[in-house]
Each structure stands twice: as structure tokens, then as C-alpha cells.
Design a protein around this ligand. Structure first.
Ligand SMILES: [Zn+2]
Length: 513
């Protein structure tokens, strides 16, 4: 007997998700994602729509061969040709399912299909019978179910179950439903559909009103046992219900839902990050569960609570979804507790007065800078408390570049530990040439790990802010430079980073006791 509290996760990232503008994936990318979905523990992978294109057909066939445990589903319209093509694509899968669908709302039947309800009933039943004849598991979806007539929906369900469908999906195709209303619909179907006890009711909720996850959870609470979701909630229009949000909703509230899934939650963040890398769409920082801010605490009161006991402001742990622990973000709202904890983490010991000096400097910097990094805190300690003077200062720089034969070239005059130094160097571009000339002058060549430019002000004479991160062995440092000449801003940022490296070196030479 199937566990009645077990929810099956039907992932449609590779089908509905891929319909999200800009999210198209190659066959290889889909196979890589499918393997990650298998590691994540999804029950069903909707691999694609084989009749839609040769590319889709081949991708579904490749996925069918690539995974072992999940069921591989092919989406098909309620047409024999689609179903034949669908079966061809999944025939080599270990576990296979044909997923056929037909619209059941008056709006779709009249305006999209041009069919009467009676004709739709016939077509749905015939499609399911045809799919069942392939000897595979068959799922039927009543497209636009949430806007369909309830009693007609019951009739459709009766017919497709009698025809052999073992999964019946009730989609909120346009994200129109409201949680309580949708839960009530599911309860009504479970109570009135013939054979409801022998099949799995599924839901597929879109997010047009931002209710995709809420509707899915409400339907599961009402008795549906398959949730159709996508990683990061990508999908048609405003997207689908997000897999990680639905799963963590169940995991975080067992006392309310008492429902389990087969998902390995520690793979949630790695899976979403992989998808983000493949489709080239960064994860929004404010995204629940997977966004950079989801476990970042900035306000002083929250930080105080989290430093005492993370449960004060966290209902799940970052580690539980496969990412680094809570982040105490230092910024203009943060408190002294957080700074004190950070200073200790960076292995500095400061007196209360010294901590106050750094705290005020952090506040001042936070008014000018969005994210305060560990390197910034360290630099403030070195400058404001340990009063380490700068080792390097730029006197002048002249850069030559353009699309002529001559390689870009830079000449710098600098003060290096009190001595005047002139150096020149070439490079692949003006910035590279400037950095090389500075390296020549100061006699060190750290690795450039990150280089970011953003315009502080608008227009062609915009003030440019450059941030660089450099590495020398284990030591890293971040430097910033602001100037309306971007080469200048880059060079200042680089020298700032070098100064911070040099000051840290001071630390290594004479440790802070
Ligand atoms: Zn959909």
C-alpha cells in the first residue's frame, strides 16, 4: 500500500520551466540537469514535449537513457500521433510515463479547441486508452481545470480513470485559483470522482498572482499527492510553483502538513545554482530559500538574536538546503554584537574603545557602500586602530591604447615605501597595462580574482566605481577606486588592494597579541 502521507515531486523544469523566456537548454544541458534532478530525489522528470520538435524528441530520448530512478514523462496532446511520438521518445527509460492533456474549461473548449464538452470527453478518453495500450503509466491533465465547471471536471476524471489513467492532474494553468478555493476543489474531486481512491491526484500551479506555492500546498493539505513544480519556480509567464519552496514548506511544517517527499534537501541549493548557471539567469538575492539574502541578517536586533540562537530568526538552516550557514551582514542597520563577533572571527582582539572606532567607521562606510565585506572590516581595523600607513601611492599614470599596432602601454610614477618609482609596462588592454606597470613598481604580482565596475552616477561622464579582489597565496584583499576615468578608478582600486595586502602582511610579521 502506498504511504498516504508521501507526496510525489513531479519536476517540469525541463518542460514548463524551459518555456520561460530565455531559459532554453541544449540537449546536453538538459541531460546534466536531469542527472542533478535524480540526485535531488525527484520522483518524476517531465523531460519535454517530443511532438513539439526534433530537438525536444532527442532531448527526451537522451534523458530517458541517462537516469535510473525517476520516472521519465513525455508530454503529449490528446492526439494519437503525439502519443506515438511520445512513447518512441521514452521507450528506453527504466520507468516511463505518458502525460496527455486536454483543456476542460468552457473558455478553452470554445475558443481554443472549438470542441463541445461531449467531444472533449470522447477525446480525453480515447487519448488515455491509446496511451494505456503502450503498456506505460498514464497521466491525464485537465488543462485550465481551476476555471472549469466542477461537475464537468468530475465527469472528465471519471472517464479518464475508467480508461486507465492512474494519475489525474488538476492544473491552475493561469494562476487564477485562491488557496482555500483550490483546496476545496481537490476535496470535492476526491469525494465525488469514481475510483479516486485508486489514483494519485496531482496539481500544477502557475504563479500569475504569486500564489503558485500557496495553492500547491493547500491542495496537498487537502489530499492531492503529486506536486508539479520547477526549480527556482521558472516557467511560462510568471512561472510555476517552485520546487524548493513547496518542499521546504512541507519539511519546515511537519506539524501542519504531516507529509513527506523523497527530496534530498541538501541538494536543493546546488540544483538551483546549477540551473541558474545553465540558463544564465542569476538567482534573485531576495528569492526565498535560495536567494543570497535568505539567511543573511542585517538589522542589529536580528543579529543579536541569531548570534544567541539562530532559531530566533531562522525557521530552517542554510546547511539543510545545502549552502553555507547564516550570514551576519554588516551594514548600516547592524549592531555591535555582530561586529564584535566578526572581529573575533577575523582573529583580531580589540578593546571596547577600539571596537567603537571600527563600529563608527563601518557605519560611515555603509552609507557609501552596499555590502560590507570581511576585507573592508579588516582594512578599517588596520587603518583606524592599528594605524598602518599606506605602502604605495600613485603620483601619476599615463596610458596609451587604441586599435593601432602598438600594444597598450602604461607608465606610472609611484611612492613605494617612501621612495619614488617610475615604471612602465604593456598589456592586453589599458587596464591590464596599468596593473602590470603598478606590479613592476611595487615588486609584487598578485592574482586578480574579481573585477567589477559600476557607475555611481549616470551619463557619459559618470563616476565609475571599481572593486577588485586580489589573491597572494592564502591572503586576499579587496580594493576600491572611484573616479570619472575608468582606467584611473581601476588603477586606484588595484593599488588600494595592494596596500591592504601589504598591511595584512604587517600582521603576519608582527601578530596582533
Ligand atoms: Zn504549466
Amino acid at each position: 500500500m502506498p504511504d498516504e502521507n508521501r507526496v510525489y515531486i513531479f519536476d517540469t523544469t525541463l518542460r514548463d520551466g524551459e518555456q520561460s523566456p530565455g531559459a532554453t537548454m541544449t540537449r546536453e544541458e538538459k541531460v546534466r540537469m536531469a542527472r542533478q534532478l535524480e540526485t535531488l530525489g525527484v520522483d518524476v522528470i517531465e523531460a519535454g514535449f517530443p511532438a513539439a520538435s526534433v530537438g525536444d524528441f532527442e532531448a527526451v530520448a537522451a534523458i530517458a537513457e541517462a537516469v535510473e530512478k525517476p520516472v521519465v514523462a513525455a508530454l503529449c496532446r490528446a492526439l494519437p500521433a503525439d502519443i506515438d511520438r511520445g512513447y518512441e521518445a521514452i521507450k528506453n527509460a527504466k520507468r516511463k510515463r505518458i502525460h496527455t492533456f486536454l483543456a476542460t474549461s468552457a473558455l478553452h473548449m470554445e475558443h481554443k479547441l472549438g470542441k463541445t464538452p461531449a467531444q472533449v470527453l470522447e477525446m480525453a478518453e480515447a487519448a488515455v486508452r491509446h496511451a494505456v495500450s503502450k503498456g506505460v503509466e498514464v497521466q491525464f491533465s485537465a488543462e485550465d481545470a481551476s476555471r472549469s465547471d466542477r461537475e464537468f471536471l468530475v465527469e472528465v476524471c471519471n472517464r479518464v480513470i475508467a480508461a486507465g489513467a492512474t494519475i489525474v492532474n488538476i492544473p491552475d494553468t493561469v494562476g487564477y485559483a485562491q488557496p482555500a478555493e483550490f483546496a476545496d476543489l481537490i476535496r470535492h474531486l476526491l469525494a465525488t470522482v469514481a475510483g479516486a481512491g485508486n489514483v494519485t491526484f496531482a496539481v500544477h500551479c502557475h504563479n500569475d498572482l504569486g500564489l503558485g506555492v500557496a495553492n500547491t500546498l493547500a491542495a496537498l493539505h487537502a489530499g492531492a499527492r503529486q506536486a508539479e513544480v520547477t526549480l527556482s519556480g521558472i516557467g511560462e509567464r510568471a512561472g510555476n510553483a517552485s520546487l524548493e519552496q513547496v518542499v521546504m514548506g512541507l519539511v519546515t511544517r511537519p506539524n501542519y502538513y504531516n507529509l513527506t517527499t523523497g527530496i534530498v534537501t541538501e541538494e536543493l541549493f546546488p540544483s538551483c545554482r546549477r540551473l541558474s548557471g545553465i540558463i544564465g539567469q542569476p538567482i534573485p538575492p531576495y528569492a526565498p530559500i535560495i536567494g543570497r539574502n535568505a539567511f543573511a541578517h542585517e538589522s542589529g536586533i536580528h543579529q543579536h538574536g541569531v548570534l544567541k540562537d539562530r532559531r530566533t530568526y531562522e525557521i530552517m538552516t542554510a546547511e539543510h538546503i545545502g549552502r553555507k550557514g547564516a550570514v551576519v551582514v554588516l551594514g548600516k542597520h547592524s549592531g555591535r554584537h555582530a561586529l564584535d563577533a566578526k572581529v573575533k572571527e577575523l582573529n583580531y582582539k580589540l578593546t571596547d574603545d577600539e571596537l567603537k572606532i571600527v563600529f563608527d567607521a563601518v557605519k560611515e562606510l555603509a552609507d557609501r557602500k552596499q555590502n560590507i565585506l570581511d576585507e573592508d572590516i579588516e582594512a578599517l581595523i588596520l587603518e583606524k586602530v592599528l594605524r598602518r600607513p599606506d605602502h604605495y601611492a600613485l603620483q601619476f599614470i599615463s596610458v596609451h591604447c587604441g586599435n593601432v599596432e602598438l600594444a597598450p602601454m602604461a607608465v606610472v610614477k609611484m611612492i613605494v615605501d617612501g621612495k619614488e618609482v617610475r615604471q612602465y609596462a604593456s598589456g592586453s588592454g589599458p587596464v591590464d597595462a596599468s596593473f602590470n606597470a603598478v606590479c613592476e613598481a611595487v615588486g609584487r604580482k598578485p592574482e586578480l580574482e574579481e573585477f567589477h565596475i559600476n557607475a555611481i552616477t549616470g551619463g557619459t561622464d559618470a563616476q565609475g566605481e571599481v572593486t577588485v579582489r586580489v589573491r597572494e597565496g592564502d591572503a586576499t584583499s579587496v580594493g576600491r577606486g572611484v573616479h570619472d576615468d575608468v582606467i584611473m578608478a581601476s588603477t586606484l582600486a588595484f593599488i588600494n588592494a595592494l596596500n591592504r595586502l601589504a598591511k595584512k602582511e604587517g600582521d603576519r610579521i608582527c601578530p596582533q597579541l
